[in-house]
Design a protein around this ligand. Structure first.
Ligand SMILES: Cc1cc2nc3c(=O)[nH]c(=O)nc-3n(C[C@H](O)[C@H](O)[C@H](O)COP(=O)(O)OP(=O)(O)OC[C@H]3O[C@@H](n4cnc5c(N)ncnc54)[C@H](O)[C@@H]3O)c2cc1C
Length: 395
């Protein structure tokens, strides 16, 4: 939609081929229905390693202020929440409506329920490209492929068609993995009821080597962990999990406590040589379900008397509040993920988003090997690449 608007504003005659029965289905679901459009804290480091050099250049061409101006030109008033930019309406659907209204105004033709299948050079005397869909064929001077990724609910029809189409054109496709996603663990090691949230620091290790760590609101599900810190880290660890390598989450429920604080807690614990139960002592330590989860993992009874707690037991209990270790078994998959890592290699793409080996073909969006952190970075990429491709294709 963004690419089409930029091309049409530049005078091009544009047609959108849309597989779904409406435009912007995924966009309408973004940001929990509120659409986190972009972020004032924009740095290339917030994108995958293989994209960073190119992102610096592209964000220099079309950055955060350009998105805000673009939104303004569509009549979308934006609001910052600690730098996270949302439409003031608080409704993602208003962004979709504003984009579709602009497409209408510019006379962009939209053909719904039309699956784009291929683009080829043709014998056409004007040197146009031949576009094939599941039911039809047509000619075009230029073609922008922006069919998205594999991530998102089934209803978004995100089936990664573009990867196959682009590989047929000779583009290199980097292995794809679901990202901004939660992970399953052994259900015995979390809480059967799920649904518990708490602030925590989580480090992720491959074997014994820490790969990354995040702080934020951790969410326990019935059989795994999710929430912003897990999703943020997922981009860096999912590849190892899919390759069946041993990846662990190490949770610190007391990130603000240092060694001195823990020694004091341990001394408190050992001083209580009385009839109080372990459960009574730990009440107020953390959410009661988290306390139960830790005791259950240690196979300790909550009704154990404090007078029976040994030094090694106390050390071990407190260590679990600082280093609760879970082995991650698999991700919740593409349908639960917000973004796909991997995709069309940026080595095949010019600065103007063109495919280097086929004049007239451009790419934009998540189909490319670009993925960002949670916080508006993926939509920023959609706006940046869409505007650059749309402008270039219309020249
Ligand atoms: C639940 C969820 C929440 C998210 N929240 C945020 C957020 O708040 N902020 C943020 O920055 N990012 C967010 N993202 C990520 C963001 O939505 C995507 O990165 C972005 O939408 C990608 O844009 P795109 O245009 O490349 O692909 P899409 O938005 O997926 O659009 C691709 C379009 O192509 C169509 N299509 C696919 N195949 C074909 C075909 N063969 N023929 C014709 N049409 C086809 C699709 O139907 C779709 O309309 C979220 C993602 C999800 C799943």
């Amino acid at each position: 939609m963004c690419a089409a608007i930029y091309a049409a504003r530049n005078g091009a005659e544009v047609t959108i081929l849309e597989k779904n029965d409406r435009l912007g289905k995924k966009l309408s679901m973004t940001g929990n229905g509120r659409c986190n459009l972009t972020n004032l804290d924009m740095k290339e480091e917030y994108y995958n390693l293989s994209a960073r050099g190119r992102m610096k250049e592209w964000l220099g061409i079309y950055g955060v202020e350009d998105v805000i101006s673009f939104m303004k030109s569509l009549g979308v008033v934006v609001r910052s929440e600690d730098g996270y930019i949302y439409p003031a309406s608080g409704q993602a659907q208003t962004v979709v409506n504003a984009l579709t209204n602009e497409l209408d105004r510019l006379g962009v033709k939209v053909i719904y329920n039309q699956q784009f299948k291929a683009v080829n050079s043709s014998e056409d005397e004007r040197g146009r490209l031949l576009i094939k869909t599941s039911t039809d064929e047509c000619f075009a001077d230029d073609c922008i492929i922006c069919s998205g990724s594999l991530s998102g609910a089934k209803s978004t029809l995100s089936t990664g068609d573009g990867y196959y189409i682009c590989s047929k054109l000779g583009m290199t496709i980097k292995n794809t993995y679901p990202a901004l996603v939660g992970f399953k663990v052994d259900p015995e090691e979390v809480m059967p009821q799920g649904g518990v949230r708490c602030m925590a620091e989580i480090a992720f290790s491959l074997g014994n080597e820490i790969i990354t760590s995040e702080y934020g609101e951790l969410q326990f599900t019935k059989d795994g962990i999710s929430g912003i810190p897990v999703m943020q880290a997922s981009r860096e660890i999912v590849k190892f999990i899919e390759e069946k390598k041993p990846v662990f989450a190490i949770i610190n429920f007391f990130p603000d406590y240092d060694e001195v604080d823990f020694t004091a807690l341990k001394n408190d614990m050992l001083r209580l040589k009385d009839e109080r139960t372990l459960s009574e002592f730990l009440n107020g330590f953390a959410n009661s379900n988290i306390n139960d989860m830790i005791l259950s993992k240690m196979k300790l009874s909550p009704s154990m008397r404090m007078k029976n707690i040994s030094v090694s037991m106390a050390t071990c209990i407190l260590d679990n509040y600082r280093n609760y270790k879970l082995k991650l078994s698999e991700s919740y998959g593409y349908q639960a993920s917000q973004v796909t890592t991997g995709g069309v290699s940026l080595g095949d793409i010019g600065s103007d988003m063109s495919y280097k080996k086929m004049p007239g073909v451009y790419l934009a969006g998540e189909l490319l090997d670009v993925d960002g952190r949670c916080g508006g970075y993926n939509l920023q990429w959609a706006w940046t690449s869409g505007s650059i491709a749309g402008t270039a294709a219309s020249i």
